[in-house]
Design a protein around this ligand. Sequence first.
Ligand SMILES: [Fe+2]
Length: 395
Amino acid sequence: MATSMFLRTAKWQFKLSLAKLLFGSKSTAPHFALVGAGSSRQLCQRIVESGHQRVLVVTDKPLRDLGIADRASEALVKAGLDLHWYDGVQPDPTFTQVREGARILREQACTAILAVGGGSSMDAAKIIAATRDSSDEPESWAGLDKAPATAAPLYAVPTTAGTGSEATMGAVITHEGDRSKVVISGAALLPVAVALDPDLMLGLPPAITAATGLDALTHGVEAYIGLWDRGTRSETGRMCVKGVFEWLPRVMADPQDAEARLGMSIAAYYGGVAINQVNVGSVHAIAHQLGAYYHLPHGVANAMVLPHVLRVYGDAATPRLNELAPLMSAASAGAAIDAMEALRESVGLPASSDAIQSADHASIVARAIEEGDGYFSPRLLTESDVQGVLTAISG
Ligand SMILES: [Fe+2]
């Protein structure tokens, strides 16, 4: 066991050095955000001005039925563009869904994609976009920076404030067969432009508002405490954490508070920018498995796992958590973790789930360790660390 940890650590340190060498000073692809009420119309105008005639809208059925996807894209229709739809995205999108969207992209000869929805629609749309210039199986792109170098231009209108996927060049896709999730990344997956339009978020149900809000918080914290220092991750991580603590309670108290909705969408966007530079950490490595095994909403899983993993990190995370603490009105790293737990509770998210089966613990531990070794968290987690987290959150 000791040898195995030694080898894991050596391999992990080598990967960190390699990542710094390969990506340390690389800027990300061009990308900008339109912000405020009505910004989705401005984004559509951008698409029109870029000369696209045929656009694929990637979204999910509930958003289409609610008319939100139509509102987000109506300026394209008014401008006379041909819209084609793939509205089959489901939570934890699969490679089958990606292939279906890719088929429509190809058959309808669409030259741009408008993603409308939460992280699932964003992630599926990124990989659909990447199929434009490659006949490879999308499964073969799993890993860091293995996506094709070019893709269909992607425009993003997030309808939740949390995943930050609108600001990242990564996507998480699920294999149907064994329920495993893979991360696919590459600069071409970064949306060309995004609209943070609070008008489209006013009707978001409280449970989704809360879960996505805690996902955003996890991004800000994991990016801030990680070991890889690149770009503006400290500033954007701080802006994310500060924004979530400032705006999420207000949004939960009044879902129609457009100013607070905008504040949350900006906080989530900052979280996305932060993880786009340095990636997430072991909290996500565990939470992803809970989504794949039990379809636990991503933000709910992160909210459960976050305080336990932060405590397990111990001294490795304390100095950075001490820096974040004042943003949560806390005086120490320990008090900051307590504040995050209190926020989770105040927005009505559970501390545990009885869906998590002890019979699955061993395979979840193995997969979480494997994924976690690809992130630059404050320290590597041992099998018993992850086991302890699972025990704590199993209902
Ligand atoms: Fe996340």
